[in-house]
Design a protein around this ligand. Sequence first.
Ligand SMILES: Nc1ncnc2c1ncn2[C@@H]1O[C@H](COP(=O)(O)OP(=O)(O)OP(=O)(O)O)[C@@H](O)[C@H]1O
Ligand SMILES: [Mg+2]
Length: 328
Amino acid sequence: MYLLETHNPQMKKIYELAKKVAPSSSTVLILGESGTGKEVLAKYIHFCSKRKGPFVPINCAAIPEELLEAELFGYEKGAFTGAIKSKPGKFELANEGTIFLDEIGDLSPKLQAKLLRVIQEKQVERLGSERAIKIEVRILAATNKDLEKEVKERRFREDLFFRLNVIPIKLPPLRERKEDIPLLAKFFLKRICEREGIEEKTFTPEALEKLINYPWPGNIRELENLIERLVILSENNIIGVEDLSLPSLDSKFPVRESLVKEKDILNKYALPDISEEGIELNKILREIEIYYLKRALEIARGTKTKAAKLLGLNRTTFIEKLKKYNLV
Ligand SMILES: Nc1ncnc2c1ncn2[C@@H]1O[C@H](COP(=O)(O)OP(=O)(O)OP(=O)(O)O)[C@@H](O)[C@H]1O
Ligand SMILES: [Mg+2]
């Protein structure tokens, strides 16, 4: 469920363009900072396209090269150790639908070459097979990297770039579409309160003003996460400025170069920066640890050895942690 209403002229144009190109089979390259809604836009294009097949997303950065190759193109039984039965790749699964190649800027040179061939020939071969399978797939790709720079610096093939860059759409960062912040904030507030079965909360005008003027380095995702935290943590039904505890980006203290880089970790895990009032590090770490312990147990259906393995812990350490939080 998304909010596709906008007061921002640039976003209006983007939605128009998306609707216009949706029914065609042209490749669309979606660019924009992390958390600006690239995947949401990709789903919207697929939805407007009325294509028969499914929307099949795949993140090209999250998976090691060999696995990604097998995921994309599929494999036959015995193609490599562990291939105990044949499996279709994402391209085959997306037949008559859309494949969404997320983080395309991170694709290895080998897979760039392979992808180019698939696009040109409109067919795939599963690993371990010579049989070509015809596919009719709409390609949508996204990246938060500057692909032209990647091409110049020879990390991304120019021919593949041209194939993908047929219709480029650049999503603006949230700080450049401030007029949508109240809309989005209220939308998330309503959605999260409904989901949690809590009475609907509202913002004071001052709180909204503060949200509008904050630069949102993590874009819509950061806004969504902040509002989720506010709903869960604030006791009042009216959320005021004092509840917001936004990271002070305009700190009076100069930020060390190395810290700027380390700050990526906050975005990566959608964690709050230190606010004016400070944070409670132990509480945050405890909440994170408890979440992962419970989640691992859930995935492992209560098998402690397996749950410990999922977290990269040995069984004894895992059980010690469970005891520490009274989870056994
Ligand atoms: N129009 C929208 N309405 C509601 N939620 C949105 C909208 N756009 C983005 N979001 C929310 O913001 C978050 C980020 O969106 P999305 O995953 O599409 O961004 P992204 O650009 O792909 O980010 P990344 O580069 O980090 O993968 C998601 O949780 C999504 O639900
Ligand atoms: Mg994404």
